[in-house]
Design a protein around this ligand. Structure first.
Ligand SMILES: [Zn+2]
Length: 482
């Protein structure tokens, strides 16, 4: 390992000679191209650019340079319980977090989860994350969430939520308004949304919360079309009351009717698809195969690391797989064969970058590599990996071949936060200590039995079918044939 490079705040960065995916409408590929970053922006994209005085030159040869990825829905506080719920269904998740143990979370536990999730994000080249933070029981919890996000050099959007109280209640509290005034100050690195779900109750109890959002001029993000939890009724109520806007982000939207998709498309909102989540929790089938036909903008998200991975390579891969799987299945039911894939690798890379930027209202300055845009950039390059070559189809490479370990260099807002596979200026050991304290607190509070039971839900019995062919028959048949 070389001596750590000095990344002074004023040093330009030149990414030299990579295959650049600028993420334009043509989904271009720019071979042997340089990207120059000066300050917080991309200054120039081109070939053989001269390195300005004092520039840090990063050799991007044999690598892919792409915009930082954007995750539009992650419950970052839950990263403190990484992997605990690997075998859960949505029902078990709701019981564990919503009904039983979510209320145990102290502000320091939200801090611990957010800190680790934030570090994990930049390490994986996810330069912007919407922190769908629905564990904010008090404003102290919210302050802790923001403290953690601001301690890590990534770009974040706090989507303020609280599953322990009705949204009309907490959004109407004076301390909520005070929090917004104190902490959401227009800082380019910290956006803001309000996060709550619409139950479909005909009385529409969420109306005051929507009014607060409108009054503050901030977007609402909502889990919509979640089997057994939210449905077409919620969408209809939102639409009828005029609360569906282009800024609204519908998470999952996996069990909605065509009528709801029409309403979303007509009002300009976008859908955050969490394929890894939808595939195993049970919200409904990952919906890209359906919503493509409605021309609804898509972004990608990972939902929660209590179950799943926190990197968008997995999101791209599983989304392509689920979409194609559904197309094949629908065709086979009709006795037909799909001969051409509709959803392409470049499209999911677009969703992971430009789609996310658009969803959070930053389509003008994030999500693509072009002079003048914010410098949130990822270099995928791993010379030690046999998977790094040949690099024939860069979009296909990102979607199906690359993984988080291949993230070589990451810039956020022009600042190098990862270089040569190592985080820069991040105290991972401190995050580990915080998370250990949280796990210890939760485990001892629950008690060992409840802790183990929560992690190991009962397995339904699988009935092995009667088989008309027996091993003995096979054996005698094969003996006869000789
Ligand atoms: Zn979620």
């Amino acid at each position: 390992m070389n001596e750590p490079t000095d990344f002074g705040p004023d040093r330009p960065v030149l990414l030299r000679g990579g295959t650049v995916l600028p993420m334009d409408d043509a989904h271009s590929v720019l071979p042997c191209t340089d990207v120059l970053v000066v300050g917080d922006r991309i200054a120039e994209v081109g070939q053989d650019l001269p390195a300005p005085d004092g520039a840090v030159v990063v050799d991007a040869t044999d690598g892919i340079v792409m915009p930082g990825m954007i995750d539009t829905h992650r419950h970052m506080w839950q990263t403190a319980m990484r992997g605990y719920g690997a075998d859960w269904t949505l029902t078990q998740y709701f019981v564990w977090y919503y009904l039983e143990y979510g209320k145990l979370w102290r502000p320091e536990d939200v801090h611990a989860g957010n800190l680790l999730a934030a570090i994990e994000a930049i390490d994986a080249g996810v330069t912007t994350v919407v922190d769908w933070s629905h564990g904010l029981r008090t404003v102290d919890h919210a302050d802790a969430a923001v403290d953690a996000l601001q301690a890590v050099p990534g770009r974040f959007v706090l989507a303020y939520g609280n599953i322990q109280a009705p949204p009309a209640e907490w959004t109407g509290a004076p301390e909520f308004r005070d929090f917004v005034r104190r902490r959401i100050t227009g800082d380019d690195m910290l956006g803001f949304q309000i996060a709550f779900d619409v139950t479909g109750d005909p009385a529409f109890p969420e109306k005051p919360a929507f009014e607060v959002a409108r009054d503050l001029g901030v977007p609402v993000t909502t889990h919509a079309g979640v089997w057994g939890a939210t449905s077409d009724d919620g969408i209809r109520l939102m639409h009828e009351h005029g609360f569906m806007t282009p800024e609204t982000v519908y998470v999952h939207a996996a069990s909605l009717s065509a009528d709801s998709y029409h309403r979303i498309a007509a009002t300009g909102g976008s859908i955050s698809v969490s394929t890894e989540s939808e595939q195993s929790a049970g919200q409904g089938y990952p919906p890209t195969w359906a919503i493509r036909a409605h021309d609804i903008p898509v972004s990608l998200s990972m939902d929660t690391s209590v179950w799943w991975s926190g990197d968008l390579f997995s999101a791209m891969r599983t989304t392509l797989g689920a979409d194609r799987s559904r197309e094949h299945m629908e065709a086979h039911v009709k006795g037909e064969t799909v001969t051409h894939c509709s959803l392409r690798a470049d499209q999911v890379v677009d969703w992971a970058t430009r789609g996310g930027a658009r969803a959070i209202g930053r389509g003008d300055d994030l999500g693509s590599i072009e002079a003048g845009r914010k410098a949130d950039i990822v270099l995928i390059k791993n010379d030690a990996s046999p998977v790094s070559f040949p690099l024939l189809n860069p979009y296909g490479h990102v979607a199906f071949q690359a993984q988080r370990g291949d993230v070589h260099t990451v810039l956020v807002n022009g600042r190098v936060v990862k270089h040569e596979h190592r985080l820069v200026g991040v105290d991972l050991a401190a995050a580990r200590r915080e998370v250990e304290r949280t796990v210890e607190y939760l485990r001892s509070t629950l008690g060992e039995e409840a802790w183990q039971k929560g992690m190991n839900p009962d397995i339904p019995e699988t009935k092995i079918l009667d088989n008309p062919y027996t091993y003995t028959d096979y054996h005698s048949a094969s003996t006869h044939s000789r």
